[in-house]
Design a protein around this ligand. Structure first.
Ligand SMILES: [Zn+2]
Length: 185
């Protein structure tokens, strides 16, 4: 396995312990457990660092190792990627899947997506009876205004809209005009 570790390091100008471990895991995963492979890589890299064959870039966590005699000699800046959540440049782990700099940013992005989706669904729900708004566009009658005022705080805009055959937006707008926005749900 040592030879293979060395080959993999030679291919890369920049790498992390996990990058080499993942590659080896694909090849030796059926024979050795992951922690065993990782330990092998780690001790091999430590020896190379001790011999001055690899540089350690300590600005990153986990650390990135630089191999000055690698086949690939693209600068690190070209390999870095920008995290869409925190804007930090980071060294991606597993090709294209690795969109975020950290697990934390990944979960933040996921949470934001969920919130957006919930808002969209709520909006869709409130608009869902708009197609049936038969009184849409007609001027408001006194009766309708009274119903709106009387149900202040008791019914939602959607429920009032359904009663009046109007859209949710129209009800909200009318409530604002009548100055009763505060208490109405
Ligand atoms: Zn981030």
């Amino acid at each position: 396995m040592k030879e293979r570790i060395y080959e993999l390091i030679l291919e890369r100008r920049y790498f992390r312990i996990s990058d080499i471990t993942e590659e080896l895991w694909k090849e030796y995963g059926e024979i050795f457990p992951r922690y065993f492979i990782r330990d092998k890589v780690k001790s091999f890299v430590e020896v190379m660092v001790g011999q001055g064959l690899l540089n350690v870039l300590t600005d990153y966590d986990p650390p990135i190792f630089e191999n000055p005699i690698a086949e690939e000699d693209r600068p690190l800046e070209e390999l870095l990627r920008k995290c869409p959540v925190c804007g930090k440049d980071f060294f991606p782990k597993r090709g294209k899947q690795d969109k975020y700099c950290s697990r934390e940013c990944y979960y933040k992005a996921k949470y934001r997506r969920t919130q957006k989706e919930l808002k969209k669904r709520a909006r869709k729900y409130y608009r869902s009876n708009d197609a049936a708004a038969t009184n849409h566009g007609k001027p408001w009658t006194e009766e309708e205004d009274r119903l709106l005022i009387e149900n202040k705080g008791k019914l939602t805009y959607r429920q009032i809209a359904q009663k009046l055959g109007r859209t949710v937006d129209a009800v909200a707008y009318r409530a604002r005009k009548l100055g009763i926005t505060g208490g109405v749900k």
